[in-house]
Design a protein around this ligand. Structure first.
Ligand SMILES: C[S@@+](CC[C@H](N)C(=O)[O-])C[C@H]1O[C@@H](n2cnc3c(N)ncnc32)[C@H](O)[C@@H]1O
Length: 278
């Protein structure tokens, strides 16, 4: 390839990558008091691996390491901020626990994270919902500063009045949103209940807003009165056959198996196995 054509090709590739990046928000650092509240809300502890999407000067990841002994990394599209964050980590003596990379947050792998923090524009946080739920493990926590991850339903909100925010957003009002990633339980399951000879067919539909489940009764799908998954905990209310009293099932999800006990029925257990997708 002649040199000029090769250079043009490299330039085109670079332009394509730059254009593919979505600017998710300008650099506005979270005030220190809000960083503290975000980490407390996520209940960060030693052993956690925190990822800050759009990490600015690195303050959230660095504070998590200093205060709680967590590890983590941050990504930012601004190379100057990435250099500043790495320098701040080095000065804090945390160079071996935290790191910062120049990377588009939308293509950052979240597989290692147990906590994710976000302070981005409202239109972009909602674009992250699917990625967060797909890539994070059950039980991982996500804290978003000021903007909810619609349509995902938050576990908790914390409202604060922070004077430093007036200069940023025109108001001291600050809201922090906490989310916990639920185990993915969508699909068809074969559910074995105590005192029943044959298993039943349970169909679960995962959604960011709520998880719904139906049980086949007399050949017809009947919605369960209650079905909820939080991290890897599952609770379901199942009506017994022939009008028998409802059973309240509590248990854990481990991949393609859910199992546990029946409330107020000592010694009785239940188990469900996910069926291969048709
Ligand atoms: C509001 S600041 C938050 C900084 C820091 N997380 C904090 O709370 O102090 C948002 C940061 O996201 C970065 N950012 C914007 N779009 C991004 C993208 N597509 N990938 C990675 N970083 C991005 C910006 O450069 C900026 O530093």
């Amino acid at each position: 390839m002649p040199l000029l054509v090769a250079r043009l090709f490299v330039l085109l590739c670079w332009a394509q990558t730059a254009l593919a990046q979505v600017h998710a928000g300008p650099y506005v650092p979270s005030p220190a008091v809000i960083v503290d509240e975000m980490l407390a809300l996520a209940a960060v502890r030693e052993g956690d691996f925190l990822v800050d999407l759009g990490s600015g000067d690195g303050r959230i990841v660095i504070t998590a390491a200093q205060r709680y002994g967590a590890r983590g990394y941050g990504v930012d599209i601004d190379p100057k901020l990435v250099a500043l964050a790495n320098e701040n980590a080095r000065r804090a003596g945390l160079g071996d626990r935290v790191s910062f990379e120049e990377r588009d947050l939308f293509v950052t792998d979240l597989g290692r994270a147990s906590v994710v923090t976000i302070y981005l524009l409202p239109g972009t946080v909602t674009q992250l919902v699917e990625k967060l739920r797909r890539e994070l493990r059950p039980g991982a926590r996500v804290v978003s500063h000021d903007y909810p991850l619609v349509p995902w339903r938050e576990d908790r909100t914390v409202r604060l009045e922070v004077e430093e925010k007036v200069a940023i957003s025109g108001s001291a009002r600050t809201v922090l949103y906490l989310y916990t990633v639920p185990a993915q339980v969508g699909g068809e399951w074969s559910l074995a209940l105590p005192r029943e000879r044959s298993p039943r067919r349970l169909v679960v539909t995962d959604g960011p807003f709520r998880t719904a489940a139906t049980l086949t009764v007399g050949g017809r799908p009947v919605p369960l009165a209650h079905f909820a998954v939080h991290a890897d905990d599952v609770v379901a209310e199942v009506r017994g056959r022939a009008g028998a009293a409802a059973l309240r099932l509590v248990g854990k999800v481990h991949g393609d198996v859910m199992e546990g006990t029946v409330e107020r029925r000592p010694g009785e257990t239940w188990r469900a196995k996910r069926l291969p997708a048709r």
